[in-house]
Write a protein that binds this ligand. Structure first.
Ligand SMILES: [Zn+2]
Length: 244
């Protein structure tokens, strides 16, 4: 990598310190009892939201059923009015035809009575679903206010942590531009794969990241060359030689 020297690797030690600090603070933030309470409440809420959506769907379906029945009953009423009009208008005098109209009217009334029973049953079901939906809605509103309360308490508890995180983020933002982009990418990659620690200081021939001494061979190699990218032979993390 062009322009990368052992000296230019040094800010990595600061970056590691800052990133480890950020990780620790985020961990502490996640472990706050208020946060755990909040996670639990949010989980309950998502379960309720699913039930609520299901209840809403049942409600829509039962309402559609009722509308359909009402429409059909209305159509029958219209037909009855029409047939009765013909029956009493005096226009029809043929006895056969008159008795046909009467039979049609009887059939329509039977059908209507059947549909009205159906509608009654649908309305009862609708009442049940509406009650369930209402209860769920109330339970969700109750949870929402608990969530708001827990969020406030969580935020209050984590204010100190958040301030420290902001400070570290600012420090990080200053460090990053001083590091070669490819070195930074390598750092991030190792950090992701090695438990958040990508860099160890090389002090007295020992990698401070894993605590193991380097072999005389690697120490020799480091001394003889000025290769800036050195990986600990034990833990494969980047080794940085601190100033002085
Ligand atoms: Zn090591």
């Amino acid at each position: 990598m062009e322009g990368v020297t052992r000296e230019s690797m040094r800010p990595l030690l600061d970056l590691q310190r800052v990133d480890s600090g950020i990780d620790r603070l985020n961990q502490r933030k996640a472990d706050l009892p208020e946060q755990r309470e909040l996670d639990e409440l949010n989980e309950q809420r998502s379960v309720l939201a699913v039930s609520n959506a299901e209840a809403q769907a049942s409600l829509d379906s039962v309402a559609r059923e009722q509308t359909k029945l009402e429409t059909e009953i209305q159509q029958i009423d219209d037909k009855v009015t029409h047939e009765q009009g013909r029956l009493y208008s005096g226009e029809v005098s043929n006895p056969k035809e008159l008795s046909n109209i009467q039979a049609e009217l009887d059939a329509l009334r039977r059908r209507k009575s059947y549909l009205e029973d159906e509608e009654l049953e649908v309305m009862e079901r609708r009442e049940g679903v509406e009650k369930e939906h209402g209860d769920l809605f109330a339970a969700m509103a109750d949870l929402d206010s608990k969530i708001a309360d827990a969020t406030q308490r969580r935020d209050h508890a984590s204010v100190e942590i958040s301030e420290e995180l902001t400070r570290l983020a600012a420090e990080r933002a200053q460090l990053v531009p001083t590091i070669h982009p490819e070195v930074l990418a390598l750092y991030e990659d190792i950090r992701a794969r090695r438990g958040g620690i990508a860099v160890g200081a090389l002090v007295d021939g020992t990698c401070r990241a894993c605590g193991l001494p380097l072999s005389p061979m690697q120490r020799d190699e480091i001394k003889r060359s000025d290769e800036p990218i050195i990986r600990c032979e034990n833990c494969r993390r980047l080794l940085v030689i601190p100033e002085g």
